[in-house]
Design a protein around this ligand. Structure first.
Ligand code: PNS
Length: 161
């Protein structure tokens, strides 16, 4: 069984993330969506909510687990019995950071590979941060988020206005 770990902050999970997960299922038998606490990023949704939203956004996909992980990603990948870290790459601007992370993770554990999937063109501009900005300004979210995730994000800003 080939397992890929798709790590991220997922604050919140977007249609771009779901697209990468769906496409990675062509390469691996199971994808573990691994939600990092990343408190230093000041996430809008707490860890429990980010896991719940990731489950909602991937419930149409078979062979996907959503979990959280703490500590080093490579340790989690080993513990989970996975072979690879899956990351989406949107544009050249993602490259440097992704390159650094992949090399660092390889240094930490040579047995763990990082596999990059190019984002689909329709999602290549999409980031969770930009979607939050659109939501905060009352813009439409249907092209970016699963409808139930969009409702939850809209509710955050209605509650705060
Ligand atoms: O969605 P993001 O914010 O780009 O994901 C970042 C993530 C979760 C991949 C990164 O923060 C991470 O790997 N965190 C775990 C800690 C770790 O292993 N750090 C060393 C490698 S960067």
């Amino acid at each position: 069984m080939r397992i890929g770990v798709y790590p991220g902050t997922f604050d919140p999970i977007t249609l771009g993330h779901a697209n990468v997960i769906a496409r990675s299922l062509r390469m691996v038998d199971r994808v573990v969506v691994a939600v990092a606490p990343n408190p230093q990023k000041g996430p809008l949704f707490d860890l429990r909510e980010r896991i719940e939203l990731a489950k909602i956004a991937t419930k149409h996909l078979p062979h996907v687990d959503v979990e959280s992980f703490d500590g080093l990603l490579v340790n989690y990948v080993r513990e989970r019995g996975a072979q690879a870290i899956i990351r989406g790459m949107r544009a050249v601007s993602d490259f440097e950071h992704e390159f650094q992370m992949a090399l660092l993770n390889r240094k930490l554990d040579e047995g763990v590979e990082t596999v990059f999937l190019m984002a689909s063109e329709e999602y290549s501009y999409l980031t969770s941060s930009m979607v939050k900005e659109v939501a905060s300004l009352g813009g439409p979210l249907q092209d970016f988020l699963h409808p139930d995730v969009a409702k939850r994000l809209e509710a955050c800003f209605q509650a705060n206005s």
